[in-house]
Write a protein that binds this ligand. Structure first.
Ligand SMILES: [Zn+2]
Length: 123
C-alpha cells in the first residue's frame, strides 16, 4: 500500500477516533450531571423509571461507542505494524471494497458474521 494512501487512512481513522472519543466524553459527563441531581426532592417514581431507562439507553450507546473506539484503535495499530487490510482473526486479505467503505474494518466479512452470531447466541 502506498504511503500516501496509508496517510490518508490514518488521518481518517484518527479523526474518527477523536470524534467518537468526544461523543463518549459528552455522554459520560451528562451522566455525572444526573448523579448530582439525584439528591433533589423531585425524585418521583415515574421520573426515576424514565431516568433509569434513559440511563440504560445511554449505557448501551456508550458501550457501542467504546467498541467503535476499540476498533479504530486496533485499525490504527494494524496500520502501524503492516497488517492493515488483513483480517484480525483468520489473517486473510479483507475485500478491498469493504476496506474502502469501512476503513476501520479489522475483520473479514465471514469472521465478522461469525462474531455476530456468537454474540447473538450468548444473549
Ligand atoms: Zn477473517
Amino acid at each position: 500500500m502506498s504511503t500516501m494512501k496509508t496517510n490518508r487512512i490514518r488521518v481518517y481513522l484518527e479523526a474518527e477516533r477523536k470524534r467518537i472519543g468526544e461523543e463518549l466524553a459528552i455522554s459520560k459527563s451528562s451522566q455525572s450531571l444526573d448523579d448530582r441531581r439525584e439528591g433533589s426532592p423531585f425524585g418521583k417514581r415515574e421520573e426515576e423509571a424514565t431516568e433509569s431507562m434513559e440511563l440504560e439507553k445511554r449505557l448501551a450507546l456508550e458501550n457501542r461507542l467504546q467498541l467503535m473506539l476499540d476498533e479504530l484503535e486496533k485499525a490504527l495499530l494494524k496500520l502501524g505494524n503492516g497488517t492493515y487490510g488483513l483480517c484480525d482473526l483468520c489473517n486473510t486479505r479483507i475485500d478491498p471494497a469493504r476496506m474502502e467503505a469501512l476503513p476501520q474494518a479489522i475483520l473479514c466479512l465471514s469472521c465478522r458474521q461469525k462474531m455476530k452470531n456468537a454474540k447473538a447466541n450468548t444473549l
